[in-house]
Structure formats: C-alpha cells, structure tokens
Design a protein around this ligand. Structure first.
Ligand code: IPE
Ligand code: IPE
Ligand code: MG
Length: 256
C-alpha cells in the first residue's frame, strides 16, 4: 500500500512530469553477439531511441535525457566514433519533422567545440525548429562529461563565491529549467554512471537492466517507471505517517 508521503510526493511529480535519464549501453555487445560490426549495434540503438522518444510522454515523462556519446568515448577507434556521429546526424535529419509535429523540444548537452561541423549545424537546426515545443524535452548528451560540466560551471564564478552561491549557480546552469533526474535507467548490465548527470542525479532512483539498448522496448520503459512509482522517495525525511511527533506506549512517549 502506498504511504501518504508517497502519494503526496507522487502527486507533485505527476503535475510536472518525470525527468528520466537513460545510459543507452550495450550496442556493441548486441552487435558482437550477432556476428555484426559494432556500428550495426549503434544503428539498431537509434531505432530504440526513436521508439523510446515516441512513447515516453505516454508514461508521464516530460524530460528525457539520453547519453549518446561520452567525452571518454573519444578513446574508441576513430571509425566507430565517426559512425556514431554520422548516426546521430542522420537521426536528427530524418526525425526533425516528426519531433517538431509531436511537440518534442530537442536540446544537446555537452561540448560543442570538438564534434564535426555538420553534426553541430544539424543539432542547431533542430534545436531552433523545435524550440517552442513543450510536450517532451529531449536532451541528447553528446561529447558529454558531467565532471567537465560541473567544473566549467564553477570556473565561471568569482573566486570569492560562497558555497551557497556555488550551489545555486550549479543548480541554475546544470539543472536549469530541467529539474533533477527522477529515474536513471542504464541498459547493458553495467552498474555505474560513467560520468553522467552526477549533480542532477543526487536523489535519482536507479534502474539497472541487463537488456542491451537495441532490445529496449517501450514496455521496458513502462515497467521501469511503474517500479519507480512503487518506490518511496524520502529526500532525507521520513514517511508522513512517521512524522507524527510522538507515540505513547504505556506510560512512555517515544519519538518515532
Ligand atoms: C553504448 O553502447 C553506446 C555508446 C557508448 C556510444 P556501447 O558501444 O558502449 O556498447 P557495449 O557496452 O560495448 O556493448
Ligand atoms: C557510457 O557507456 C556512455 C554512453 C552510453 C554513451 P560506455 O560504454 O562508454 O561506458 P563504460 O566505458 O562502460 O563505463
Ligand atoms: Mg558500453
């Protein structure tokens, strides 16, 4: 049975919608298991992105942040890196009209100075075409490092900034208008964050699944969100039922 606290908390979330973040891992293994080149796994991964974006609003998701290419992924062979950039660019080109008409606003997070020019201009084009959309905010992390994003946000502050000031500035620049992550999903079986949304996930719930990203279906997202909704988020507090000040047992009053 849901506690009053959980119902209250849940009511707050359902007003604004959930922020779900996904570490889309397992493309390479999915391909290797089938005797295919890793790029084929990335291609199949794009189809999973398309399905997920299409169905996410049906499950109450308002913001979806997906990890497409980490700053550490530059360590991969150059041919694989190029194929990933090519696929992101193709996804944006092909999906732009569908995103626009479905009310999806696209935004890229991460560094913009190292990615290929053609990809950058496609990102900027789709960002501007979808800027007024509000149904779903789709944030794609490309050349992204959370530690780098935090360090950059801090670097812009005066040396005299107080901890309170630093914290407010980080909240504003990293979570700006996007809210903290409610649910973070990682496919592919690994149980780590790989430098993704470290600040924004302070109170995120985690869902790790062995499912390889190309196999991820809308039903898997639905199941992860249902499991999330059954959890009790306390944010350091106590359940509402326990917040009654004291309990009388016999002659003794106990703090709950
Ligand atoms: C995630 O899949 C996609 C990117 C990192 C771009 P991987 O390519 O990491 O797949 P695995 O982990 O090797 O199976
Ligand atoms: C994280 O996956 C990055 C993306 C999913 C884009 P990786 O496969 O690069 O992470 P590690 O190397 O297993 O930590
Ligand atoms: Mg991986």
């Amino acid at each position: 049975m849901q506690s009053a606290f959980m119902r209250n908390n849940f009511a707050v979330q359902s007003e604004s919608g959930l922020h779900v973040a996904i570490i889309m891992d397992g493309n390479g293994r999915w391909a290797t298991q089938r005797g295919l080149p890793r790029a084929a796994g990335h291609r199949a991964g794009v189809a999973a992105v398309r399905r997920t974006v299409e169905h996410a609003p049906d499950f109450g998701v308002r913001r979806l942040t997906v990890y497409a290419f980490s700053a550490d992924n530059w360590r991969r062979p150059s041919a694989e890196v190029q194929s990933i950039f090519w696929l992101i660019r193709a996804y944006l080109r092909i999906e732009c009209e569908r995103l626009r008409s479905a009310g999806v606003r696209l935004e890229a997070i991460g560094r913009r100075d190292r990615i290929p020019k053609g990809l950058l201009s496609e990102i900027e084009r789709v960002e501007s075409i979808t800027a007024a959309n509000r149904k779903l905010e789709l944030r794609v992390a490309v050349d992204y490092s959370s530690r780098d994003a935090i360090a950059r946000a801090c670097a812009g502050l005066p040396e005299s900034a107080s901890p309170k000031h630093v914290r407010a500035a980080l909240d504003a620049s990293l979570s700006a208008g996007h809210g903290d992550v409610d649910l973070l999903i990682r496919t592919g079986g690994e149980k780590r964050l790989s430098d993704f949304l470290l600040w924004e996930s302070a109170y995120a719930e985690f869902h790790f699944t062995p499912c390889m990203w190309p196999d991820f279906q809308p039903a898997d997202l639905d199941a992860a969100i249902n499991a999330f909704r059954a959890r009790e988020r306390r944010f350091g507090s106590v359940p509402a039922i326990a917040s009654v000040p004291a309990l009388q047992i016999g002659g003794t009053r106990w703090l709950r």
